[in-house]
Design a protein around this ligand. Sequence first.
Ligand code: 26Q
Length: 811
Amino acid sequence: MLRIDKKTFKHDYIEKFREMHGKDLSEGTDNNRYEALGSLIRDYVVEKWIRTNKCYNRTGEKQVYYFSMEFLLGRLLGNTLLNLGIRDTCKEGLNELGIDLETLEDLEQDQGLGNGGLGRLAACFLDSMASLNIPGHGCGIRYKYGFFEQKIINGSQVEAPDNWLRDGNVWEIKKPDKAQIVKFGGEVRVESLNGELKFTHMNYDPVLAVPYDIPVAGYENNVVNTLRLWSAEPVNNEFDFSSFNRGDYLKAIEYKNSVEAISQVLYPDDSLYEGKRLRLKQQYFFVSAGLQSIIKHHKKQGIDIRNLDEKMAIHINDTHPVLAIPELMRILMDEEGIGWDDAWRITINTISYTNHTILAEALEKWPIDMFKKLLPRIYMIVEEINRRFCEDLWNRYIGQWDKISKMAIISDGYVKMAHLAVVGSHSVNGVAKLHTEILKKQEMANFYYMYPHKFNNKTNGITHRRWLIKSNPELTNLLKETIGRSWIKHPTDMENFERFAEDKAVQQKLYEIKRNNKIHLANIIAEQQGITINPDSIFDVQVKRIHAYKRQTLNCLRIMELYNRLTENPDLNIVPRTFIFAGKAAPGYYLAKKTIELITAVGDKINNDKRIKDKLKVVFLENYRVSLAESIIPAAELSEQISTTTKEASGTSNMKFMMNGAITIATLDGANIEIRDEVGDDNIVIFGLTEREVLDYYQKGGYSAWNTCQGDERIKRVTNDLINGCYSYDREKFKTIYEHLLTYNDEFFVLKDFDSYLKAQDRVDSLYRDFSKWQSMSIINIAHSGIFSSDRTIQEYATGIWGSGYLYKNL
Ligand code: 26Q
């Protein structure tokens, strides 16, 4: 914990402000004030950072490196203050200076270097590693433009660049002296020297990788770990304008642009995987830079390179950083002179891999030609890994050519990254129990049969520091008042809260807290969208990336059905509801963009229909991001987790909602199953096809969307409403959605689950009418959410995969 008293803080702050802005505090803008505060807090952190690093060097404990293309951190100020244990001091100190801390916190741009779940998971993991005293660091790319900014214009998504660095970034420190060279293209010369092969990479295009370090402070434990993000720059001597003639000058500019393109922008996760050369470049760029710097660091610490696997663990977040496997082999063999077998042992022992999806169309594979040209030496190594692996397969599965070619790393003209990840690592994990079982039984069955010891489950988690303590301070206080503080360091102690499930006073308090959070969100909605919503209606929320498998359409069709019932019978007795949606569609994903248009069109119609007396409101909040999620989730009462069973690997927003007291309506998919197991059937609302039923349809066929529609008047009517002008004068506007559901026999079973979903929603309505029942459900959900803290997840990774952590108790 940082020991700073209010007086010192105020003094430091005033000084910092003057030094930074060359004027007095009273003359500054809020932005000036934010910058000075951020910069001061960074200074505070730096001291602990230096101490932490010295300590790591002194004790030589195993270091964990989490490699990820995405880190979706959101804002850092509030959480850093919280973890340093000085948020209250600063808040009071600023107050005395006439400054509101929250106003300044709201000025910080989100660091949005991720698409969604996978990137946010990486951010939660960094927070948990630091908080659990684990020497764990992030390695990724410093994209100049993060995930695009979403605007809703005339009901449709429009993308704008996310220029998050425009006003600078107080949290990063550029480290030019730690820059690395990454080599692309060219060719490899192979020579035989004293009977050994020597590989020399020639005529390559060099790129300078420059690191920017961001401190990751643990919760009240003095640990500060590092997130290192790499930025691509031209190598200096290649870009000396004065020595170029005109032709070379243009070439030099081209070179500069092509280099800078590497860390220019984050790729959006598209519905269909496309092998874009620039993305492959990004992947090798950060993996190579990261590994080079890690190995140099360890050598400087005097460790024997042959024991590298005892001193570091490298985790790869999905296959995106899988080139870490051949790159580590390259460094060990070509630069350190180690033979293949030893290099392979070190590599396998070092690398572990998490799979985040079973959607076959999302699996990464690269055309051989592209791969070979861009990364000639890495390709040779992958070829050799593949050759040895296939030799193994030939010995095991004599004559089974089909199986061998299915499992090969290189086949059908492609390099298959998931296969490389399984073969080149010692651990492969899924992100929820069901997901891991499906990997073992279906998607990776062949690999599981061969390497059963590699496969394991690590159910995802979320950091309760950001998603409860920081974002829901009133609920945090209620927990402290009722069960004390132990849950903050031991989140499963939240179970003690269950004792209050039937306590009327606590129920009432919980209700009031939720209502305050709802009013706060209602104000944001009024300000942003100009829509007035009723804080006494049920806040029914689905916020996540827009994707067919997540089935926002199911939710939307059900709203349309309810609306039909209400227009026929305006006195229909339902609890008023506000449906809240938010989420981004990949720019090239037509159906997802149409889904947004449908939601906004349904909203326009319903919100302006006087007949239904404000019983329903539909809101689509623009530009979903971490900071917006922090306002939405504490206000939610119903959490929509309605993906087609088997498709959502885990989900993590489901855990955030639960921790904030929302009741979940869900299919038995991903981590929803584990949430159900925790709270019991009475405290969650489950509907829909089971895993078995879904897999049977996929394997044996037999689903007819058309017949399902014909057999249900409600479905007939709502699907017809998509094309009869009900929600748009342009009858073609939602035709794609209609066709996807009916003509193409929707592979996500929206219509099949419709009836069961409606019944589940009716159960929600009647549960909500019973005040005491609803509050007690909410309490039970909160009480059982501790297991979904990413602290639990990280503890499992550390002991089960990385073999790290338990030292550094007393920094
Ligand atoms: C791939 C190729 C080209 C461009 C983009 C991509 C790409 C980028 C991001 C592919 C996938 C992603 C992200 C996937 C993701 O977020 N998956 C989610 O991971 C969460 C954390 O484990 C799970 O909870 C979710 O269920 C899963 O969907």
